[in-house]
Ligand binder design. Sequence first.
Ligand code: UD1
Ligand code: MG
Length: 455
Amino acid sequence: MPQTRLAIIVLAAGKGTRMQSDLPKVMHKLAERPMLRHVLDACERLDPWRIVVVVGTDMPSVEAFAKPHPVAIQHEQRGTGHAVAAAQPAFEGESFDDVLVVYGDTPLITSETLARMVRERRITGAAAVVLGMRVDAENAYGRLVLDGHGNLVEIVEAAEATPQQLAITLCNSGVMAIDGSMLFDLVGRLSADNAKGEYYLTDVVALACQEGGLARVVEAGVEELVGVNSRADQAIAEAILQRRLRAAAMAGGATLIDPDTVYLCADTIIGRDVVIGPNVVIGPGVTLQDRVEIKAFCHIDGAIIRAGAIIGPFARLRPGADVGEDAHIGNFVELKNTKFGRGAKANHLSYLGDAEIGEKANIGAGTITCNYDGFFKYRTVIGAGAFIGTNTSLVAPITLGDGAMTAAGSVVTTDVAPDATAIGRAPQIDKPGHAARFRETKRRAKAAAARTLEE
Ligand code: UD1
Ligand code: MG
C-alpha cells in the first residue's frame, strides 16, 4: 500500500461556558488527567503524520499541555467549521490523504473507533465519514439524515431541525474523517447563516453531497461518545471511564472485591493476582505489581508497590513511596518519598517521610519521622532488621544502623550504631504506696467539699 498521510485536528477552543469555570473546558479532568490528554492518547495511538490542536487566544495552559503537538489559535469562537479553518496555516504547503476532526470535549473516544472511520473512508472513497451514535432520549446533538441507501446526506443541528428530523435517533458525535484534499476547500465555503450564526463543520456533509460526493456514517456506542459540556456531563463521563478502567484491571487478572467503589487512573499499572478491597482510591502514577493486596479504604498516589506487599486497611501512600516485596503497611500509616525495604513492616499509626527503611525492619506503632523543621526536609535512614519501638520520634537527619533498636517512647536525635539500642526518654521513678495515699487524700477532700455544700 502506498504511504498515506493522516492528519488529526483536535478542536479545543470552545470556552466551555456551561462548566462555570476559570479553567478551559478541555483541562477539566477525568480519572485525574485533563480531558485533552485522553483525546490526545487516542489520537497518538494511530501514529498520525500530524496532530494540530486548535485553542482559543487566552488558553496558555491548553497550549502548554498540547506540546509537542503544534497549536493553532482560533481568535474568536465562531463555530466548529471556523475552528477547523483556523488550523489551515498549520498545514500550509502540505498535502495529506485523510483528516480526522476530533472534539476535545468528547474524551472517551477510542483509537479503535477512529481507525474504523479512516478505514471506512479509504474503502468507500467517501468525502466524509461521520461518527454516529443512537440516542433515544431528548437531546441537543445534531441529527444524521440518511438517504434510502443508508448514505448520509446532511447533518441538521437540533436547533434547526424540523420535528421529523428531531425524531431521528441517529445523532452526530462530532467526530469526522474527511478527504484531506477537500477539507479546507469545503470549510472555506461554509456559511454562518443559521440559528447560532456560527460556521458549522457539520455543513461540509451537505456541501460535499451536493457536488456528488459520498458521505457515510460509522456507528459507535454512546458510552464512548458522550460530550462533556457541564459538570454533570463530566460526572457521567467519569463514571463511564472508571467502569472501563475497572474492567481492564479485572481482565488483566486483578480481583476488585467491590469494583464500583474502586477509583483508578488512566495510567495505573496493575499486575496479576492483585486484590483490591472496597473503597480504594488510586491517583496518578501508581504501579501495583503481581500479588499485591490493597485492603479497604486506602488512598495511594505516585507510588510503586512491589510484588506480594500488603497495604492497609486505611493506609495513605503519597508520591515517592516505594514499598518493597512482601512488605506490610498497616492501618493509619502514611508514607511519603520513602523507600520501604523488602519484607519490612509498619503495621500501625506511623508517618514515614523522606526515609529509607531497610529490609525486614520492624517499625513500631506510632513511629514518626520528624523530617521537617518548617524550612528544610531531612532524611531518615533505618538499617536492615532494625526494630523501632512503639512511639519513637526519629528527628532527622538521622541514621540507624542495621539491627539497631529504639526503646518505646524514645525521641532519637543522634545516629544509632548497628546492633545498638537507643533509649531516649526520661528515666522512670517508682513511688511505693503513693497511689493509695493520693486516692485517700482526694477522697477526703471531696467528702469535705460535699459537707460544706450541705451546710
Ligand atoms: C457539536 C456538533 C453537533 C454534535 C455535538 C456532539 C456542530 C455545529 N455541532 O455541537 O452536531 O452533536 O458537537 O458533541 O459541530 N469548538 C472550537 N471552536 C469553536 C466552537 C467549538 O474549538 O468556535 C470546539 C469546542 O471546544 C468543542 C467542540 O469544538 O471541543 C464542539 O463544540 P461545542 O460548542 O461543544 O459543539 P456542540 O454544540 O456540542
Ligand atoms: Mg459539545
